[in-house]
Design a protein around this ligand. Sequence first.
Ligand code: NDP
Length: 450
Amino acid sequence: MTYIHDTIVKLQKTSPAQAEFYQAVEEVLDSLQPILETNEKYKHHAIIERMVEPERQIMFRVPWVDDQGKVQVNKGYRIEFNSALGPYKGGLRFHPSVNAGIIKFLGFEQIFKNALTGLPIGGGKGGANFDPKGKSDGEIMRFCQSFINELYRHIGPTTDVPAGDIGVGAREIGYMFGQYKRLTGNYDGVFTGKSLLWGGSLVRKEATGYGCVYFAQYMLADKGDSLAGKQCLVSGAGNVAIYTIEKLYELGARPVTCSDSSGTLYHEAGIDLATLKELKEVRKARLSEYLVAHPDARFIPVTDYPADGHAVWRIPAQLAFPCATQNELTEADARALVANGVIAVSEGANMPSTQEAVEVFLDARICYGPGKAANAGGVATSQLEMAQNASMQRWSFEEVDEKLKVIMKNIYLSASTTAAEFGEPHNLVLGANIAGFRKVADAMIEQGVV
Ligand code: NDP
C-alpha cells in the first residue's frame, strides 16, 4: 500500500492539481497490487514510475476569431502517454472542463484500454477547453483549423492517431483532417472517426455504444442470463449513449432514460430513438424538447437532482449504462442502483463511477464492466479503420460489426480469466487492469529504458 501512497504524493508534487489523474492512477495501482507484489521485475525496471509519466505532453495556445470579429484564446493539449504497443491512439475532447489533469486521466486509462483490445496501439489523449455549444459552423471550423496549426507537427499515421470524444464528432474530424492535409500535403489515415465519404469505417460511429452493450451481454451470458426484456438506465445523450440505446433495442432490452448536462429524461414506454437522434444528431437541441413529441415522458432538470447524486440512477432498473462523463455516478447513486435490484453495470463513458461507487458494485457482487474494458469497442474499431486505410480496403458493416463482437468477447475473456487467475473472479476492474498492464509492462521491459 505504501507505494500507492508514495506514488500519489509524488504526483501531487510534480503534477499539482490533477485530481482526476490521481484518481485514475490510484484505481489502477490498487488493483495491480497482487502482480506487483510477486514480480520483482516490474519494480526493478521502474515500470510504475515510468508509466505514470507521459512520454510527451504538448500544450499550446489556440487563438481563433469568433463571428463578431473578436479574438478568442483556448488551451490545447495532446498527451502522448505510452507507445510501447504502437502509435499513440486516443480521442480529442472539446469541453470547457478540459484541463491537463482531465486529459492525463483519459490518456492514462487509454494505455490499458488499448492494450486490452489486443491491437497494436499505444495510449494518448488530447483536446481543448473549447465549448462547441452555441458556436456557428464557421467558428467550429476556425477553431479546428487553429488547433491543427499546432498539432499537425506532432501527429501522423505511424506516430499519433487522434479520434473523437466529447464535443468532437465527424464534423470536427473533417475540419481537422482538412487543415492537416493542407499543411502537410498528406492524404493519410492520421485521424479515425472520419466521414464514410473519405476513409471512415462503417460501424465506427456506433462502435463504443454497441461494444458496451456486447460487453454487458457477455457478462450476463456468464451468469446464464441475457439482455432480453431488461429495463435499462442510460446516461448521456451523445454518440455513446445513442448507440448504446440502439443496440439495447436490437437485443430485446428496454432503455428508459438518457440525460444531458441540463437534466434526465425518463420515458417508461422506452426512449424513442428516432426522436432522440433528431434532437441530438440533427438539431443539437436540449433534451427537454423530447417532451414536445412525447408528453408522457418526464424530464427531471439538474436543479431537482438529489444533493448526493444524479436522478438517472434513482430509477428502478436491472441494467445501467453510464455513457456521459467522468464521476457521474456517486457512491449514493451506486447504493440506490443496488437497492433497486440492478444486476449489471457496463460503462460506456470513461471513469463514470467514483471509486466509492465501484467499491459498492464490487461488494454487491453484481456484474460490473469498467469503462476501460466495456467501452474499448470505440478505439478497437478506430484501429480497424486504420487497418482499412493502410490496406486501401473497405469492409462491410457486417464484417466490421463481427470483428467488434469478437474483440469485445476477447476483452471480456481477458479481464474475466485474469480476475479468476488472481482469485477474484467477479472483479473485472482487477482483471482488466492486470491484463492490460502485463502487456504494456512486458513490452516496455523488452524495449529497454526509453
Ligand atoms: P458526446 O459529446 O457525443 O456526448 C456527451 C454526452 O454526455 C452529452 O449528452 C453531454 O451533454 C453529456 N455530458 C458531457 N459532459 C457532461 C457533464 N459534465 N455533465 C452532464 N452531462 C455531460 O460524447 P461521447 O458520447 O463521445 O462521449 C461520452 C463518454 O464516452 C465520455 O466519457 C467519453 O470519454 C467516452 N468515450 C467515448 C468514445 C467515443 O468513441 N466517442 C470512446 C470511448 C469512451 P451536453 O451535450 O449537455 O453537454
